[in-house]
Design a protein around this ligand. Structure first.
Ligand SMILES: Cc1cc2nc3c(=O)[nH]c(=O)nc-3n(C[C@H](O)[C@H](O)[C@H](O)COP(=O)(O)OP(=O)(O)OC[C@H]3O[C@@H](n4cnc5c(N)ncnc54)[C@H](O)[C@@H]3O)c2cc1C
Length: 269
């Protein structure tokens, strides 16, 4: 996320799929496929920080051409619209620069000094990135290889996630850790029933959504990977409850003797 000075957190998603950008740590080097799912990205920041190199914050580096072409930090790349609810216009808002959250440089060295990373490293990273982008494949981190990466990329490019950075000014956007959901919680079975540590079922207790351990594990497979399973397992849990009530047992005994009250997975669904 970007944290603006008033404390507002700007969720950072599409910017990391933009073609002409890369993210550097405190050493001025890339450390991940920038377009990776945000859970993976945040884990890489945490692990990188633990290695002793600053990764919180890290910096998204881009150029003025990208700012004129793509949505960045909520700014729309259209002519200035008075009283628009989001930033518009062709210049980076002065308030952004004044905040210190966005830095500007007319050379790699100037930008590096502004964000406190070694100038020679940032230049080398930019030159390497541009070379890979010109060739159309990110040999270092495979950015652009997956459909997830491509989703917010630029479909007019051979590789929607790669384009060399062009002329300055260059910009650096400070990235901190944001917070979407824990992915952690009570472990459940296929009917959303809560499990004990020994995998036995806690009778009558169900968990879905953020209260349950995510069915996707520690990663995020794509948009809706939290709400989708929450709705699905809410439905599954409700069906299971309906199938296991005393009334359901009565129905089953009178109408369908072999209906699976004890093993609802085999009942009609
Ligand atoms: C910025 C952002 C963007 C997101 N985008 C997506 C997306 O695009 N797709 C997607 O799938 N997911 C997205 N998510 C994640 C998704 O919104 C959450 O995973 C989902 O809303 C969780 O639903 P929930 O019902 O489990 O929990 P919540 O929505 O957190 O509901 C829990 C409820 O319990 C209430 N509560 C808490 N304590 C108590 C108490 N003691 N007594 C009574 N009530 C209590 C809370 O007030 C709250 O209403 C996003 C999340 C954020 C923050």
């Amino acid at each position: 996320a970007i944290c603006w000075p008033d404390g507002r957190l700007q969720f950072m998603l599409n910017e990391r799929m933009m073609p002409a950008q890369f993210v550097v740590n405190g050493d001025g080097v890339r450390f991940i496929n920038e377009a990776a799912p945000y859970m993976d990205f945040a884990h890489a920041m945490i692990e990188g920080q633990r290695s002793g190199v600053t990764h919180i914050p890290c910096w998204l580096i881009t150029d003025i051409r990208s700012f004129h072409r793509y949505v960045v930090g909520g700014h729309l790349p259209i002519p200035k619209v008075p009283f628009a609810p989001v930033p518009t216009g062709r210049t980076v808002p002065q308030a952004w620069l004044d905040s210190g959250v966005v830095k500007q440089g007319s050379s790699w060295e100037e930008l590096a000094a502004a964000i406190g990373v070694p100038g020679d490293r940032l230049r080398a990273t930019a030159e390497r990135f541009n070379e890979l982008a010109r060739r159309g494949h990110d040999d270092d981190f495979n950015r652009g290889d997956s459909a997830y990466d491509n989703y917010y990329g630029d479909p007019t490019l051979p590789n929607p996630n790669l384009h060399p950075l062009g002329d300055p000014p260059y910009y650096a956007f400070q990235i901190i850790l944001g917070d979407l959901g824990t992915s952690g919680g009570l472990r459940t079975d296929e009917y959303a029933r809560v499990l004990r540590a020994d995998d036995s079922v806690v009778a009558g207790l169900y968990a879905v959504g953020n209260a349950s351990a995510a069915v996707m594990g520690r990663s995020y497979a794509g948009a809706g990977a939290t709400i989708g399973p929450a709705m699905t397992f809410g439905y599954v849990a409700a069906r299971h409850m309906a199938d296991t009530t005393p009334e359901a047992a009565d129905r089953s005994t009178s109408a369908e003797p072999d209906s699976a009250i004890d093993s609802p997975g085999t009942s009609r669904r």
